[in-house]
Write a protein that binds this ligand. Structure first.
Ligand code: FBP
Length: 552
C-alpha cells in the first residue's frame, strides 16, 4: 500500500504518556477517592444501576502493583462519528495489554457496536496495529451508529464474550455510546458474567465534557483543521476584498466547535446556538445582527467578511423549532403521501399554507425557496425533518441579503454583498491527529487497560490536567453513572450522560463576548495555519483556546 511521507513519519512518533503510566503496570497503584453520586436524579439512577452506582473515583499513582494477574482478552469497538485519534486509543490499549502480558489478546469488533452482535472481529497483532499508529480515521476496524441498548442485544454480547473468553470490552464513543456502556456494565454485573466495560470519551463536537472529562478526543484536531481552513478563507477574503463567507461548522447541537474556531480565527460573526436560545432570538433578529456587521464594514469600504454558523443553530431559534414541529405534524403518517402526490410546488405551498399556524407561516414565508423545499424533502426514518441537513449558511446569507436590500432602499446601506458558502465537517473528522490528540488518545487507551487490570467495571477512562504538558497529566477513572441524569427521550424517562452545551458564563464564551463587537467591525482575522507535528513544542503541542481559557 502506498503511504504518504507524513504517514510514514507519524508511524515513528512516540505518544507521550502521563508520568504515572510510563513504567507500565509494574509501577502503578490505585488511589481511591470518594464514593460518587450521579449528576442529578440520584435515587432514580441508583435504582437503575444497583451494582455499578456510587463507586469511587480513582487516580493512578506510582506504587506497588496489586492488580490481578489473569490473562486478559479484551474486545474494543469504535462507535459513532469519526474523531481524530481513535486509532491511537486502540494502539495505547494494545501496547498496555501486550506489555503487561504478551499472552493477552485484543479483539477489534468491526463497524461499530453491530460487530459485537454479529461476532465480526479481527484479532490485532503488531503488524496490523503498526499501520495505524498516529493516523486519523476509524478504518482500523470501522465504526457505526447501531445502538447497544436492549437486554436482547446484551444477552447476545454476553454469549459472544463467553465464546471468546473476553474479560472486558472497551467502548470508544460519545455521550450516547458511553451511556450504553454504563447500561451494559450494569447488565454484566447483575448477570455475574464478570466481563468489565470501560468507556473512552470521543467526539469532535466537544459536548461530552463535565467536571471530570475535560474534553473529548478529536475536538482538538478537528477544530484546528477547521480553524486552518477558516483562516485561509479569511486571508483570501482580506486579499480579494469582495466576498462575505458564510461557513457552517459541524458540532451537532452544541456550539463548542464554532466557538473554538472563533477564538482561533477572530471572524466578524460567530453565532452561538445556546445564546440564540437563551435570548430567544428570531431569524429576523439574527439576520439583523449579521447585517449590522456587513453594513458597518461596508461603511469603511470593507465589503467582505467571515461569518461562522454552528451546525445546529436553527433548532435553537424558538420560532423555527415550532415551525419544524408543525411540519412534522403536517406530514405525519399517510399525510406525507398526500403531500408528495401534489403535482407542483404551488399546490404544495397552498397545502402548507392551510396547515401551518399563522405565526409559523410567517416564518416559513421568509425562508428562501430552496430551504422551504428542503424542509419537506429531507426526512429521517421516523418521518421528521432532518434539521442538521438544512443549509443554514445559505439560509442566513439569504436573510441578510433581504435585510440589506431593505436598508439600501432606506438609504442606510450602500455596499456590495457577495456571499459564498462553505460547510466544514467531514474535512476535520479524520485528519492526522495533532500531537495533543495523539498523546491524549494513546493515554486514554493505555489507561483503559489499567482500569481493566485493576478490575473496574462501568468506568470511563479519565485523563485530566490536560492544559499542562503530558507528563503532568493525571490518569484514573470515573464511574460513568456519576455523569448521568434522567432525561425525557422519545417520550420516556431515560438515564443518560448529560450533554454539555456551551455555557454562557464560561470563560471561553465570556472571552468571545468581550471581543466580538470589535471583531464584527474591524478586520482582526488570525490565520492559525496548518497543524504542526514537528517543531517547537509551543507550536506543536498547544491545546485548544477553549481548554486554555477554561483551565487558566
Ligand atoms: P458523534 O456525535 O458520533 O461523535 O458524531 C459527531 C458528528 O460529526 C456531528 O458533528 C455531525 O452532526 C454528525 O457526526 C454527522 O454524522 P454522520 O457521520 O452520520 O453524517
Amino acid at each position: 500500500m502506498e503511504i504518504s511521507l507524513l504517514q510514514k513519519a507519524r508511524y515513528a512518533y512516540v505518544p507521550k504518556l502521563p508520568e504515572m503510566l510510563r513504567n507500565g503496570i509494574a509501577d502503578i497503584s490505585v488511589l481511591e477517592g470518594e464514593e460518587t453520586t450521579s449528576a442529578a436524579d440520584c435515587e432514580k439512577i441508583k435504582a437503575l444501576f444497583p451494582n455499578t452506582y456510587g463507586k469511587r473515583e480513582i487516580v493512578f499513582q506510582k506504587g506497588q502493583n496489586t492488580s490481578k494477574t489473569q490473562k486478559q482478552i479484551v474486545g474494543v469497538i469504535l462507535s459513532g462519528g469519526q474523531a481524530p485519534g481513535g486509532h491511537n486509543v486502540i494502539c495505547g490499549l494494545y501496547d498496555a495489554l501486550k506489555s503487561t502480558n504478551p499472552e493477552n489478546e485484543l479483539y477489534g469488533f468491526k463497524n461499530g457496536p453491530i460487530g459485537l452482535i454479529e461476532d465480526n472481529y479481527i484479532v490485532f497483532n503488531d503488524d496490523y496495529i503498526n499501520e495505524y499508529r498516529n493516523t486519523g480515521g476509524f478504518d482500523i476496524i470501522g465504526s457505526g451508529r447501531t445502538k447497544l441498548e436492549t437486554n436482547e442485544q446484551f444477552a447476545i454480547v454476553a454469549e459472544v464474550c463467553k465464546k471468546h473468553g473476553i474479560t472486558a470490552i472497551v467502548i470508544i464513543g460519545g455521550d450516547d455510546s458511553n451511556t450504553n456502556a454504563a447500561v451494559l456494565a450494569e447488565y454484566f454485573a447483575s448477570h455475574n458474567t464478570s466481563v468489565q466495560v470501560i468507556g473512552c470519551p470521543k467526539t469532535i463536537d466537544g459536548d461530552l465534557k463535565n467536571e471530570d472529562i475535560e474534553c473529548s478526543f478529536g475536538f482538538d484536531t478537528a477544530t484546528k483543521t477547521y480553524s486552518e481552513l477558516i483562516g485561509n478563507i479569511a486571508r483570501d477574503a482580506n486579499s480579494a476584498k469582495k466576498y462575505w463567507h458564510f461557513i457552517k461548522v459541524m458540532g451537532r447541537s452544541a456550539s463548542h466547535v464554532a466557538l473554538e474556531c472563533a477564538l482561533e480565527t477572530q471572524p466578524n460573526i460567530c453565532l452561538i446556538s445556546e445564546e440564540v436560545a437563551a435570548k430567544k432570538m428570531s431569524l429576523s433578529q439574527i439576520a439583523d445582527y449579521i447585517a449590522d456587521s456587513v453594513e458597518k464594514r461596508a461603511a469603511q469600504g470593507m465589503n467582505f467578511g467571515i461569518a461562522i454558523i454552528p451546525e445546529g443553530v436553527v433548532e435553537f431559534v424558538p420560532e423555527f423549532s415550532v415551525l419544524i414541529q408543525e411540519i412534522n405534524e403536517l406530514l405525519a403518517g399517510s399525510k406525507a403521501d398526500a403531500f408528495n402526490a401534489l403535482p407542483t410546488w404551488n399546490d404544495k405551498y397552498a397545502y402548507i399554507e392551510k396547515g401551518l399556524t399563522k405565526e409559523s407561516m410567517e416564518v416559513f414565508a421568509i425562508l428562501p425557496q430552496g430551504i422551504q423545499q428542503q424542509l419537506f424533502l429531507e426526512r429521517d426514518p421516523h418521518g421528521n425533518v432532518q434539521v442538521s441537513l438544512i443549509e443554514s449558511e445559505k439560509l442566513f446569507s439569504a436573510l441578510v441579503k433581504d435585510k440589506l436590500a431593505a436598508r439600501k432602499q432606506a438609504g442606510t446601506y450602500n455596499g456590495k454583498f457577495n456571499p459564498i458558502h462553505h460547510f466544514l465537517g467531514y474535512e476535520g473528522r479524520c485528519a492526522f491527529p495533532s500531537n495533543f490528540d495523539s498523546d491524549y488518545c494513546y493515554s486514554l487507551g493505555y489507561n483503559a487497560f489499567m482500569l481493566i487490570q485493576y478490575g473496574y467495571n462501568g468506568y470511563l477512562s479519565k485523563i485530566s490536567n490536560l492544559s499542562k504538558p503530558a507528563k503532568e497529566w493525571i490518569a484514573g477513572g470515573m464511574p460513568i453513572t456519576k455523569m448521568m441524569n434522567i432525561e425525557r427521550r422519545h417520550g420516556e424517562d431515560k438515564p443518560v450522560i448529560k450533554k454539555a452545551l456551551v455555557e454562557l458564563d464560561s470563560k471561553p464564551f465570556k472571552f468571545f463576548e468581550t471581543h466580538r463587537e470589535t471583531w464584527a467591525v474591524d478586520t482582526c482575522f488570525v490565520y492559525p495555519g496548518a497543524i504542526q507535528y514537528y517543531g517547537p513544542v509551543e507550536v506543536c503541542d498547544i491545546t485548544t483556546k477553549t481548554l486554555a481559557l477554561e483551565q487558566n
